[in-house]
Design a protein around this ligand. Structure first.
Ligand SMILES: Cc1ncc(COP(=O)(O)O)c(C=O)c1O
Length: 410
């Protein structure tokens, strides 16, 4: 018996659908990427450091030395939680009177973004609650979006804010106490104490995300919530604060090098999650971080960084005062990278303004992307670290033109 030839199905095979959460992501990133093609654009939207501050020669020396003399640590797969020497160094660097840390308290991560993602992986079931400082860092919202959490906004410092009520029943609370991204706000010492007390009393994990902790332009650094928490339970740290640090702002972002300091049980859980993410952070980056800390490079470049960014912060705020005092309210931040400006006229929608601003040659971050619900359209985040003072002034001039045009449109 001869078999009949089977008809060939020429219709293209249907591919499986993308996961649901992708439909909820915002399109601002693609707007920014497209805007980046315009060489004359004044970018006030990003959170980028000034590349001229990077210690390129010293890092090149350290990289060559690491590859030649430490090929295993640099080029092989490494231990999941990080190179032991770097974990020890971070433990030592962050130990303080009353805060006892060992290697088991430290996880090396592929910068701060991975730390955020791993916390989501180990703590969130779909629908779980995050008590998040409001407005919230867009990268954190992006990192947790696939886990479909619910958000309970924390307006720290607002009348009636009650940390115990905010934290009770949440899987974790998320804060950026030093010069929050996007608001630039510094969480006061009293507010830090109150959040730490609430975390201890309710048992809720308290995430302290701290990439801007060295960028104080005015005044002395406030104590970390990690340190305040340790004072409540002496001995090796085992408390509820999950502290996140990163080299992105104090050295260079391209190393993708960060760390988590937390109770050993949290570090072990995060390491299990990290195994399924990237197995280990780059050995070359870890060796560069180790070398940079040993040579005290972050401490040496800090004074120049602070002087540069302080001047730029003042230039941006002065330009806002000159060109936009009648339209926007803002506060001069005491550190960090951002000014948060709110429109006085409720008709000024910053999503719409973004498109007008791009047409004028300036890019801003609209407030909707820092709101888990996407509803706040009355404010914007302005970055001052990337551009020199004259470009900041030009950017604000263009922004003023865009604001006038948007208001005239009605
Ligand atoms: C509050 C906050 N957390 C985390 C990050 C992540 O930074 P990185 O992954 O470069 O360490 C940023 C970056 O801008 C940030 O502003």
């Amino acid at each position: 018996m001869t078999s009949q030839p089977q008809p060939v199905d020429t219709a293209p095979a249907r591919r499986p659908l993308f996961a649901d959460w992708l439909a909820h992501s915002n399109d601002v990133t693609s707007v920014f990427l497209a805007a980046g093609q315009n060489p004359d654009l004044v970018n006030l939207a990003g959170g980028l450091p000034e590349p001229a501050l990077w210690p390129v020669e010293e890092l090149a020396e350290l990289a060559a030395e690491a590859v030649r003399n430490h090929p295993t640590e640099t080029l092989a797969y490494g231990p999941i939680p990080g190179l032991p020497a770097l974990r020890d160094l971070i433990a030592q660097r962050f130990s303080a009177p009353g805060l006892e840390l060992s290697r088991d308290n430290v996880l090396i991560t592929t910068a701060g973004m991975q730390a955020l993602e791993l916390v989501g992986k180990v703590l969130l079931e779909p629908g779980a609650t995050i008590a998040a400082q409001s407005p919230a860092y867009l990268g954190a919202l992006d990192a947790w979006m696939p886990r479909a959490p619910r958000y309970r906004p924390m307006r720290i410092g607002a009348d009636g804010f009650d940390p115990h009520r905010a934290l009770a029943g949440a899987q974790f609370a998320y804060t950026v106490p030093n010069f929050s991204n996007p608001s630039g706000r510094l969480v006061t010492l009293a507010e830090r104490h109150a959040l730490v007390e609430a975390a201890h009393d309710t048992g809720t994990w308290l995430v302290e995300d701290d990439p801007y902790g060295v960028l104080y332009y005015d005044g002395n650094p406030l104590p970390r919530m990690l340190t305040l928490s340790a004072a409540r339970a002496p001995g090796r740290y085992d408390g509820p604060v999950v502290y996140m640090g990163s080299l992105s702002k104090e050295l260079t972002p391209g190393l993708r090098l960060g760390w988590v300091i937390a109770a050993p049980e949290m570090i072990a859980a995060l390491a299990t999650a990290k195994q399924g993410s990237d197995m280990c952070s780059s050995g070359l980056s870890q060796m560069l971080a180790l070398g940079a800390f040993r040579r005290r490079i972050p401490e040496r470049i800090l004074p120049q960084m602070l002087a540069t960014y302080r001047e730029r912060r003042d230039a941006l705020c002065d330009a806002l005062q000159t060109h936009l005092a009648g339209h926007l309210d803002w506060q001069r931040p005491a550190g960090g990278m951002f000014v948060w400006a709110r429109a006085r006229d409720p008709r000024l929608d910053s999503d719409r303004l973004l498109h007008r601003a791009l047409a004028q040659g300036v890019c801003i971050s609209p407030s909707s992307v820092f709101d888990p619900e996407g509803l706040d359209r009355g404010a914007m985040r302005l970055n001052f670290t990337l551009n020199p003072p004259d470009r900041l002034e030009e950017g604000v001039r263009r922004l003023a033109a865009a604001i006038h045009a948007t208001l005239e449109e009605g």
